[in-house]
Design a protein around this ligand. Structure first.
Ligand code: T3D
Length: 259
């Protein structure tokens, strides 16, 4: 069975983590296939948005607690290498991508699985989904961007407690705390995420890519640096056919048709 499934749709694609019996826990064999799926979406000009989701009752239970992380004859596993070459590449690719990534969190998101979700641009979660900073439960520390995302999304106090206690929080709490965009009924997750992908696929693609660039830079920039960046990216957007069409459509009182 393929552990990464890719479903092409009109203007967007769905990438599905597919090891449901292990709650889609990831490993060093599977993660390169996830990277390939992300790269393929990036390289396809007809692809304008990606939904990342999981098969079965979980989204992703983080690193598979199996051979990759089990001490062998040569001693303990090299988790730094594993993070650098696999998990962290996923986060880097999502964040560097021109494409808007929607995460449809269909069930538990634990450890690196929660980080993959938070790396996405818009996170929708099924009401029954949970988020667990599972690292501490097995003597590890947050990775795959967890300490970066959490401190920014929910603030230092909540981020520290989540990381140190490893308690699960439900999707509604995650929404209330600003960790995710929205909680939806379990049965509506598929249709709501598809509607979002379809909408983003029809939105001005270059402007969406520029928004990603802008938001990636914001945490490290001063206000003045960010104003400079916004002006540069706005200049770029102002020269685009999409902007000309957007203004024309407004003046003609009709919906815009972006390229
Ligand atoms: O180098 C590096 O950077 C390493 C990377 C580290 C990043 C990480 O992600 S560290 C964190 C690794 N993940 C975990 O520690 C989570 C382990 N799983 C759990 O704590 C629980 O399964 C959950 C809280 C996620 C869900 O609990 P529950 O009760 O809903 O399900 P379950 O019964 O525990 O799991 C269902 C099956 O999935 C079960 O298999 P079985 O007994 O039915 O055959 C379970 O063993 C399997 N499973 C769940 N998570 C993993 C897993 N198998 C392997 N690895 C897992 N991570």
């Amino acid at each position: 069975m393929d552990d990464i499934l890719v479903e092409p749709h009109d203007g967007w694609r769905r990438v599905i983590l597919n090891r449901p019996a292990r709650l889609n826990a990831v490993n060093a064999d599977m993660l390169p296939r996830l990277l390939t799926a992300i790269d393929a979406a990036e390289a396809d000009p007809s692809c304008r948005a990606v939904i990342l989701t999981g098969a079965g009752r979980g989204f992703c239970a983080g690193q598979e607690l199996g051979p990759d992380v089990t001490p062998g004859p040569n001693g303990p596993p090299d988790l730094q290498k594993l993070a650098d070459t696999c998990h962290h590449q996923v986060v880097r690719r999502i964040r560097a991508s021109r494409l808007p990534f929607i995460c449809a969190v269909n069930g538990v998101a634990a450890g690196a699985g929660a980080s993959f979700a938070l790396a996405c641009d818009i996170v929708l979660a099924a009401r029954s989904a949970t988020f667990v900073q599972a690292f501490i439960r097995i003597g590890l520390v947050p990775d795959s961007g967890a300490s970066f995302f959490l401190t920014r999304l929910v603030g230092d106090a909540r981020a520290r407690a989540l990381a140190m206690l490893g308690d699960a929080i439900d999707a509604e709490t995650a929404e209330r705390w600003g960790m995710i965009w929205k909680t939806v009924d379990d049965t509506a997750l598929g249709s709501e995420s598809e509607a979002l992908a379809t909408r983003l696929a029809k939105s001005p693609a270059a402007a969406l890519a520029a928004i990603k660039t802008m938001f990636a830079a914001a945490p490290d920039n001063t206000l003045h640096q960010q104003l400079d960046l916004e002006a540069r990216l706005q200049g770029q957007a102002g020269r685009s056919a999409d902007f000309a069409e957007g203004v024309r459509a407004f003046q003609e009182k009709r919906p815009p048709r972006f390229q």
